[in-house]
Structures are given as structure tokens and as C-alpha cells.
Design a protein around this ligand. Sequence first.
Ligand code: FES
Length: 368
Amino acid sequence: MTARHIPEQLPADLFGKGDRDRAVRVLDAVASARLRWTTLINRRDLAPRVDDHRLALVVTERRIEAYDQDVVSLRLAAPDRRELPPWRPGAHLDLELPSGRLRQYSLCGDPADTRAYRVAVRRIPDGGGGSVEVHDNLPVGAPITVRGPRNAFPFAVPGHGSPAARLHFIAGGIGITPILPMARLAQRLGIEWSMVYTGRSRDTIPFLDEIAGFGDRVTVRTDDEHGLPDAAALLPGVAADTAVYCCGPAPMTTTVAAAIREMPWVELHSERFSPPPIVNGVPFEIEFASTGEVVEVAADRSVLDIILTTRPDRPYSCRQGFCRTCKVRVLAGEPEHRETVLTPAEHEAGDMLVCVSRSPGGRLVLDL
Ligand code: FES
């Protein structure tokens, strides 16, 4: 690895938001623990804003990052190699893929590298097509338009705005991408930190060479060698006044969150890959206005899931109610909004984010 620039002074906005939004205050009251679901905290941050950067970049480097060949990293730079907008550990980019799909990927490079961004993507053959497109259709030299960076998963540094005294990182597979820049910064600043990095096998987990540079601060734990990790394996010896940053598949983040509810002296910052579980859903119907077709939405399915079964080209991205890509106009019926990014005027106009919002019953007529 090349030597990295160590910042002598931290940027003032490095430490995330000091003012938490209403969703988090409600969550705090319910959880009665110091859980911070960062995906909820920052939904408003993630919504497209007028000052979002939209940048025309090119792929300047591709690297295979896992032995199974299923993770590729892309280095993205401006054609004239000018400096790019700054970012903080935990931030992500929206990539506008050649097909028109919009997909979000965490920045996993170095914020001190001001002329390039790095993202890494695991190929998911039976996913929504975005990862396969990145692997197959973005060679070196390919143009790519990005939006952002946006601060999706803010990192609060102990001693510089965070009350925590130490850090513990938990990464599952490709969930290492937002964690890597955080660990690097913690290392540079001399903060006490540890990490548990999990995956199915060593062949599948990316950036093992970079992780090796951290020495015994990192425990690599694979399912084929050790079995599925439980809370004790993910939080070994986590002490009071620790901030835990966790990114990975839903079972892992759920396990960690449940354990930390019993540890009121530990705070959790978590980002999940997958849609949040549907809580208290009831079945209802949707009607496609253009055809009159009526389909039931089961209590445990999202409206987006159902739309995609007949309209697989409908755009979506985050599936967590913050990117707005899946917005649909409701022409009739009672929506139940389960996001915090649309404005009251948009709700009034009938707009709905179909990846998370639903209906308390009856039928929604959609402008589709
Ligand atoms: S808000 Fe992102 S896909 Fe629905």
C-alpha cells in the first residue's frame, strides 16, 4: 500500500450531525437504549437536493478484490483529473448506470485522495441487474455519471465530537466498504479500535490485503471455518463507552442491534444492505390505472415487489425509502407513508415511495 496523507486538522463537518431528527427521537424513546440507526437519522440527507453534485467521470482503474472474482472495485476520476468534491468516511455515490439504473455504492477509498473516488461492487446474478452491469459494462475508460457524495452513514470520531472512547467495527462481506475509510481514519488518529470482519469464506470477502495491514486489530471470521457468528462473536469484549459501526446483511445487523439493546453504555451506528422488515403490514390491493389490472399486496410484501413482478423495468435504487427513485403517483385510495423524505406537498399531491410505503387496507390506484 502507498503511504497515506495523515490530516493534521479534522474538517469541522467530519463528525456528523449534532441535531437528530424526529424519527430518531421516537426511536430512542421506544428503544430506551443508545441505538442510532443511521439509515433513519439521515434519510433527509440522502434525498436528492438542489446542491447535489452531478459529475461526469470515467473509470480509470478496475481491480478484482476477492478471490472468488465476484467483487470488483472501480476508481472514478474526472476526465481532466481535476479535484472532486470532498467526502467523509461513510459517504456514498449514486451511479447512473448505462441502462439508466441508479445504484448507490459506499465510497471505500481515501478521502485524502481528492482526484478519484473508489467504489466496490459484489456481483449479484439474481439481483436487480445493477451489480452485473457494473461488472460487465464498465471497463476502464467507460464514462459514468455520478451524484453525490452524500453522507449516508456519518462517522463520529471519539475525542472530536463523539462521547465514545473507543470504536468497534463490524463488517459483513461487501459491508466492509463504508467501514474501511472509518478504520483507516481511526488508525491515523490513534483512536483505540477493533473490528470483526465476517463472510461466507475467505474466498468471498474483499480487501483482505488491505485489512491485513491493520494487524491484529481485525478478526476475520468466516462461516465455513467458524459457523454463523452470534452476538458474542460479533461484539467480543466490547466495553463501556464504545461506539459500534456495523454494516452487513440484515441478520447480522439485527443480531448486533438486539445485543446492544442490553448494553446501554454502547452506541450503535448501523447500515443495512437490504430493505427494512415490514412491520405491522396488512394486505391491500393495488390497481394499475393504465390497464385496470388489480393485484394483492400481501402483508409481508412491498408495493415495489409487486410492481416489479409485472413491470420489471420500473426504476428503484435504495429500497429503504430515502432515494426517491421509486416514487409513484397515487390516483385514489389511502396511502400510509412510511418514509420521511417526501414533503407534505408531495404527499398532498399523491406521491408515494412504493418501496416502503403501503396502505392500511382497501385499494390504491397507481398512475402506472
Ligand atoms: S426510495 Fe429508494 S427505492 Fe424507494
